[in-house]
Design a protein around this ligand. Sequence first.
Ligand SMILES: C[S@@+](CC[C@H](N)C(=O)[O-])C[C@H]1O[C@@H](n2cnc3c(N)ncnc32)[C@H](O)[C@@H]1O
Length: 205
Amino acid sequence: MSRKTADKYSRIAKYYDRFEYPIERLLFQKLRAEAVSYARKKTLEVGVGTGKNLPYYHPDIELTAIDISPGMLRIAQEKQHDVHVKCLRLHEMDVQHLSFADNTFDTVVSTFVFCTVPDPIAGLQEVHRVLKPSGSAIFLEHMKSRHRLVNVMLSLMNVFSTRMLGTSMIRETQKNIERADFTIESVKQVVFDVVRLIVARKPGT
Ligand SMILES: C[S@@+](CC[C@H](N)C(=O)[O-])C[C@H]1O[C@@H](n2cnc3c(N)ncnc32)[C@H](O)[C@@H]1O
C-alpha cells in the first residue's frame, strides 16, 4: 500500500508544484509559514514532498525531513539553495516506521500528509514516539468536516482522490491525533473546517 503511494507521488512529482499553485497562493502560503513558525531546534518534517515548506524555516533550525516518495524528495533536494536552516537532512522513509530513536525531536511538522498515510494512527504514534516529552507536533491537514453538506461534496471528491493519489478527503485526522495520545492546544480552521492548523503536544513525563 505505501509502495503504491510512493509510486503515485513519484509519477506526479515534477507537476506537483505547478498543479497546486493557484490554490496555494490563495489559501495555504500564509498557513504554511504559520505552521513552520512553531518549529524549534531539532525538527522533523514528515511527508516533506517537494519541499514547499522549506523556505519558511528559521535559520536556527536543525531540520530532518522524510518522505516515502523518491521522486518528491528529488525535487525537495533541488530546492536546497532556497533553504536557510542550520542543517538539512533528507531521507526516504515511511512515517509508519521511522528509524529515529525515541524522544529525538523538539518539533514535528506535517502538512497535507495524514490524508494519504495508509495507517494514520500508526504514523501518528511514530511521530509521538520520536518527539521529546512536551515536544510539539504541528499539523496542517485537510479532513472530514462537521457539516453534512460539505461532507457530501468531500465524499464525491474522495472517489477520485483515493484512486488517483491514495488520498482520503474524509479522514478524521483531528480525532486520530487525539487517538495517538497528543494533547491538542489550538485549532485554526479554514475552508469551513476542512483545512485545520492543529498545534498538539506530547505530554511531558
Ligand atoms: C499531498 S503531499 C504533501 C507534501 C508536502 N507536505 C506539502 O505540504 O506540499 C503528501 C506527501 O506525503 C508523502 N507520503 C505519503 N505517505 C507517506 C508515508 N507513509 N510516509 C512518508 N511520506 C508519505 C507523499 O509521498 C507526498 O509527498
